[in-house]
Design a protein around this ligand. Structure first.
Ligand code: PLP
Length: 407
């Protein structure tokens, strides 16, 4: 009799997006004449930048010609892409990351999910609350938690983000080994300063812990004082792995390209306390289980770093940032406290009532879809997330409708 991994039975079904979809469907049935504006989901709406499209086409053309055709590439990614990322995203910003410490993949979702298999089943895991759910569910699947009781898994340490701490959790009071951090944050849009991030790096060094730093929204940072990578912080090379993605940086959610940075100086320990290179372990995992991102997609991603590509991706991100600032300004003017929307595509709004109650109000009265904060964890209750990923006209119309309903 084939047995299942019973840890899967502990997973709490994610009712969030199915619940939203159900409520939206009911509304649409009753209001077929009303145009719905979706500011819930975190998916991009604007097309790929032209420089990326041109490089993508060129990559496909090369694959169509016997002289330039390519089969399997290096699992870790082509050197032309790893080199340019190391130079532009790291060395140019004073972070000492080498090209061979960068692993190209098809998504930060899978990388943040897969990384935990390098660690012992018994490591103590700290996750933010509110949280990007992948961090939690992958550790549940691996058996690092007990049952879910009242919305929280036994055995996980929840790092609480609240209005009082500006959604930058305090350092843990109990011992933890693996720490997930994400800035600019999904869902709160909060950003972390260098001094705040340094406190986490120092904590990890002191306790031989490891930080898994999700920088998927790094491209939205415009404030030059904010860190765009954890490796801008002294000492991080020994205690942090970083995840980045072209999804929101350059509109790649449907094209797929991301990368994980594992510095060679990053160590974890066996039962006897001997140090082991996480770079070597991740390289082993990656080359065993992954066969590389397609050549045209890597070629397209490398164009993000060309002079035209840089200007066009900046303009693309600026477009969403402009939407975010409109959302933040409008909601603030209507008397709601907001986090995010600056250096981030998400605006996190204190709903002054139950998350779902506010969600229903915006849907029923304004035909605007947001995301109830309670779906991201206990600390999200009482908040909603509004996403800037839509076109400007829709964002403006949504805000006009909200003004009529909320003022
Ligand atoms: N990390 C965070 C915090 C995200 O919000 C997302 C996507 O929404 C991802 C990772 C996934 O990125 P990718 O599209 O590269 O899988």
């Amino acid at each position: 009799m084939i047995r299942i991994n019973e840890n899967y039975l502990k997973l709490k079904a994610s009712y969030l997006f199915s619940d939203i979809a159900r409520r939206v469907a009911v509304f649409q049935e009753a209001n077929a004449d009303k145009k719905l504006i979706r500011l819930g989901i975190g998916d991009v709406t604007e097309p790929l930048p032209q420089a990326v499209v041109d490089a993508f086409h060129q990559g496909v053309d090369e694959m169509a010609d016997r002289a330039t055709f390519r089969g399997y590439g290096p699992e870790q990614g082509y050197a032309f892409l790893r080199d340019i990322i190391a130079q532009e995203d790291y060395q140019a910003r004073g972070a000492q990351i080498a090209a061979d410490e960068i692993f190209i993949s098809d998504g930060a979702k899978c990388d943040t999910g897969n990384i935990q298999e390098l660690f012992a089943p018994g490591v103590r895991v700290a996750v933010p609350d509110p949280v990007y759910p992948v961090y939690v569910d992958t550790n549940v699947m691996a058996g690092r938690t007990g049952e879910n009781i009242d919305g929280r898994y036994q055995g996980l340490v929840y790092l609480e983000g609240t209005k009082a701490n500006g959604f930058i959790p305090d350092l843990p009071k109990e011992p933890v080994d693996l720490i997930y951090l994400c800035y600019p944050n999904n869902p709160t849009g909060a950003t972390i300063t260098k001094a705040q991030l340094k406190a986490w790096v120092d904590y990890a060094r002191k306790h031989r812990a490891l930080i898994l730093y999700d920088a998927a929204y790094e491209a939205f940072i415009r404030d030059p004082e904010l860190p765009r990578s954890i490796y801008e912080i002294e000492g991080a090379r020994e205690v942090a792995i970083e995840f980045k993605s072209m999804s929101k940086t350059a509109g790649f959610t449907g094209t797929r390209l991301a990368f994980t940075v594992v510095p060679k100086s990053c160590m974890a320990y066996d039962e006897q306390g001997n140090a082991h290179s996480l770079h070597a372990m991740w390289n082993r995992r990656h080359t065993t289980k992954f066969n590389g991102v397609s050549y045209p997609v890597q070629k397209a991603a490398s164009a993000v770093y060309s002079p035209q590509g840089k200007a066009q991706t900046k303009a693309l991100v600026d477009y969403y940032l402009h939407n975010a600032s409109i959302i933040r300004q409008e909601m603030t003017a209507l008397g709601f406290d907001c986090v995010g929307g600056e250096n981030s595509p998400y605006v996190w709004i204190d709903a002054q009532r139950d998350s779902w109650e506010f969600f229903d109000l915006l849907l029923d009265k304004a035909a605007v879809v947001c995301t109830p904060g309670a779906g991201f964890g206990a600390c999200g209750q009482g908040f909603i997330r509004i996403s800037a990923f839509n076109n400007l006209a829709s964002v403006q119309e949504a805000m006009e409708r909200l003004r009529l309903v909320l003022q």
